[in-house]
Ligand binder design. Structure first.
Ligand SMILES: [Zn+2]
Length: 428
């Protein structure tokens, strides 16, 4: 398939930001330039007044297969990904069974191949069953195709186990991702600890529960020299600790999620379980710190932590409902809002969704360089739309953004030179 994308504003962060054409041939970016000639039989995509961007890379999704297919499958998750402009996703291992061995990793890769939508990179577990006790076979996971290791959903509470994990990860050259949460401090908590939790009478999760684990992990990364990646940081304290660690050249990268830079604990006031997420929605002070961290480069990447749950699970009382928000289909618009308010330049917003996450995990993705895999997104920066969860490609609808009017729409998504999503589908 040969595709010519004509007349769009092409942004390849740090390299190119111009109105040019892109020619895609044999799954690769074949040429970039003004007024490229159209080869015979080419499919032409008119991108006038649109953005042409590297396909987004999400370092943090939960596709629930194997084990929880009623929430999401690799097929439905990948469909949600490409509808949101994500051409590459990294899948957390908290499936059932946990992805702590080669067989599960291979199963996930097979399912992704069958779906034929997004590039799916599994993340292997740090410990067997993600129980935090005995290390998984990290070398086997790496060889099978895992791009990082994590026990996400849970932290690695034992610092000695974490130290050993980092030592192995260094030897196999994979990043270690931690879900930073001190389980003793968070036990029983279901929302941010503060004024709102006190008023609602709900048990709180203090910001310190995240901060202490971020600090511990930074200390262990300094000790071992391993590459540390911090999932979904949500507090002012985390941002401060990561900023200091980076100033001392410790190998740490961090991600933040759209919900953590868009809304606060106030949204929980009506006991909306779609706003129940871990780490919890925090305060405006934290939101501002996350934005500042994105702006000054402390936070490398925007990741969704796409965490689907079935309606009946979220329809329980606030303390019983599971934690999690689906994020793939709203991330681009919520990130675009940071551009509109002046927090990020358009180019740096694109970077946080594409080249920067690719760099954090050393994936050869997130660029439109000639010769690169043709993973490309065509987006309309102006089009407004209303979030209607019933139209999600995801199997789940657990978003606190239902009914929001947001701006920025994905029009076409191309993976490996094939069109895998077009808006006409979205407007069904
Ligand atoms: Zn997590």
């Amino acid at each position: 398939m040969t595709i010519l994308i004509r007349g769009g504003q092409v942004i390849d962060p740090g390299r190119l930001n111009e109105v040019v054409d892109i020619l895609i041939e044999n799954g690769k970016v074949a040429a970039i330039g003004r007024n490229l000639p159209a080869p015979r039989g080419v499919t032409i995509i008119d991108a006038q007044s649109r953005l042409v961007l590297p396909g987004f890379v999400d370092l943090h999704v939960h596709f629930r297969e194997p084990g929880f297919e009623y929430k999401e499958t690799i097929q439905s998750g990948a469909a949600a990904a490409v509808a949101g402009g994500f051409t590459t996703v990294c899948c957390m291992p908290n499936t059932n069974p946990v992805n702590d061995n080669q067989a599960i990793t291979e199963f996930m890769l097979d399912r992704a191949r069958e779906a034929g939508l997004a590039n799916v990179f599994p993340i292997g577990a740090i410990t067997k069953g993600s129980e935090g006790k005995e290390l998984a076979e990290i070398g086997d996971l790496r060889r099978a195709g895992c791009v990082a290791i994590s026990d996400d959903g849970r932290p690695v509470m034992n610092s000695l186990v974490m130290r050993r994990a980092m030592e192995y990860a260094l030897a196999f050259d994979v990043p270690v991702i931690d879900h930073c949460e001190d389980l003793h401090l968070t036990e029983g908590g279901c929302m941010n600890e503060g004024l709102v939790s006190t008023e609602l009478g709900l048990p709180g999760i203090p910001a310190a529960a995240e901060d202490v684990m971020v600090a511990r992990n930074v200390a262990l990364a300094e000790l071992t020299g391993a590459r540390l990646h911090l999932a979904h940081i949500s507090t002012e304290g985390s941002v401060r600790i990561v900023r200091e660690a980076k100033s001392r050249a410790i190998k740490v990268t961090a991600e933040a999620c759209p919900h953590h830079f868009t809304i606060t604990e106030e949204v929980v006031r009506d006991y909306n379980t779609h706003a129940k997420v871990n780490p919890p929605l925090r305060t405006w002070k934290d939101v501002h710190a996350i934005k500042e961290g994105l702006r000054d480069g402390t936070i490398d990447a925007i990741a969704t932590d796409h965490a689907p749950h079935a309606m009946q699970e979220k329809q329980q009382g606030f303390t019983d409902a599971p934690f999690g928000i689906v994020g793939l289909e709203t991330a681009w618009s919520l990130t675009h809002a940071l551009v509109d308010e002046g927090t990020l330049s358009l180019e740096s917003a694109v970077e946080k969704l594409s080249s920067a996450p690719a760099k954090a995990f050393r994936l050869s993705k997130g660029t439109l360089r000639v010769g690169a895999d043709a993973d490309v997104v065509v987006a309309d920066p102006q089009e407004s739309w209303e979030v209607d969860p019933t139209k999600f490609r995801s199997k789940s609808r657990n978003t606190p953004f239902a009914g929001w009017k947001i701006k920025g729409r994905i029009k076409t998504t191309i993976v490996g030179g094939r069109v895998v999503f077009e808006t006409s589908q979205a407007e069904r």
